[in-house]
Design a protein around this ligand. Structure first.
Ligand code: SF4
Ligand code: SF4
Length: 291
């Protein structure tokens, strides 16, 4: 018997909607099970707002935002996908209009963030700024946590980065929340359950790295270190979990890991196809920081 429904508001800022597409293509459970069935026994999600997939439009759906905030204070989960543009009072990203005024993502994230049970920053753009925040970042895009700090919002934030984020990382986090399990987070607010080990630790090409068998260009056999692999300082379980229903992942497809889950991506992991400097690797390993 259903005991509890958790309302979810899903906002989209500066991004490509890739994280929505990724979650919509979830395999186990499928998205219809996630939205319609009990996610864990006795509990299910109630997705109240998602601009890409909801049927409603116009002011009635905008009112859903304020209604949820008032009626479900402290009980709803706010999911943010995409970075938050902060230049010119946030006018570069709008949820819609209320009367004649644009409801910016910046104001909406701050306003709904204040009263949420917790906020999930889904994808690297929402977590750390990602591609929209890359140099020169003309719209001054930021991640949700930075926006919360600047606006004195104390609601807990869980970062689920990735370009795009893996559907399992999102669904597994939601399941842990519904089960009221404590999720241990790392120093950049990622669940250690999914981001606790380096890609390099579990990579099937690790034996090639140890033997010094290196690919000279992407797609060749051998370790991809010389063609820019960032697996040395990238924390994610991609080698074990893999993508597209466990079918493949970047390195298996012949592409170096680009460090897409790391703060500062893509600036801090560029040039994407050039070897990282050994001193950067040493620095990362010894200090657990990123170059
Ligand atoms: S391909 Fe990348 S992650 Fe795999 S062993 Fe080489 S450097 Fe490490
Ligand atoms: S292997 Fe690296 S670039 Fe590919 S999805 Fe995982 S973290 Fe991102």
């Amino acid at each position: 018997m259903l005991k509890k429904e958790i309302p979810v508001i899903w906002l989209q800022g500066a991004g490509c909607t890739g994280c929505s597409i990724s979650v919509l293509n979830a395999v186990s459970p499928k998205i219809k099970n996630l939205l319609l069935d009990e996610t864990v026994p006795g509990k299910r999600l109630s997705l109240r707002f998602h601009a890409t997939i909801m049927a409603g439009q116009g002011e009635p759906v905008i009112e859903v935002l304020s209604d949820t905030q008032k009626q479900q204070k402290g009980k709803y989960v706010l999911v943010v996908e995409g970075a938050v543009p902060t230049a010119k009072k946030g006018i570069y990203a709008s949820v819609g209009k209320k009367g004649k005024k644009h409801l910016t993502i910046l104001d909406t994230v701050v306003e709904l963030g204040k009263d949420a049970l917790l906020t999930i920053a889904l994808g690297t753009c929402a977590a750390y700024g990602g591609i929209p925040a890359a140099h020169p970042n003309p719209t001054k895009c930021k991640g949700v946590k930075d926006v919360f700090i600047e606006n004195k919002v104390n609601t807990p934030v869980i970062n689920i980065p990735g370009c795009s984020a893996h559907p399992d990382w999102f669904i597994g986090t939601i399941a842990a929340i519904l089960l009221e399990r404590t999720l241990e987070l790392d120093d950049v607010l990622r669940p250690k359950l999914f981001f606790g080990k380096l890609v390099h630790e579990n990579c099937p090409r690790r034996a090639d790295f140890d033997k010094g068998k290196f690919a000279k260009s992407p797609g060749e056999e051998g370790c991809l270190y010389l063609v820019g692999c960032k697996g040395h300082y990238t924390y994610a379980d991609c080698p074990l979990r893999q993508w597209n229903s466990g079918l493949n992942w970047c390195v298996k497809a012949g592409s170096p890991c680009m460090g897409c889950v790391e703060p500062g991506f893509p600036d801090s992991t560029s040039p994407l196809y050039e070897k990282i400097k050994p001193e950067d690797i040493e620095k990362c390993i010894s200090t657990n920081t990123r170059p």
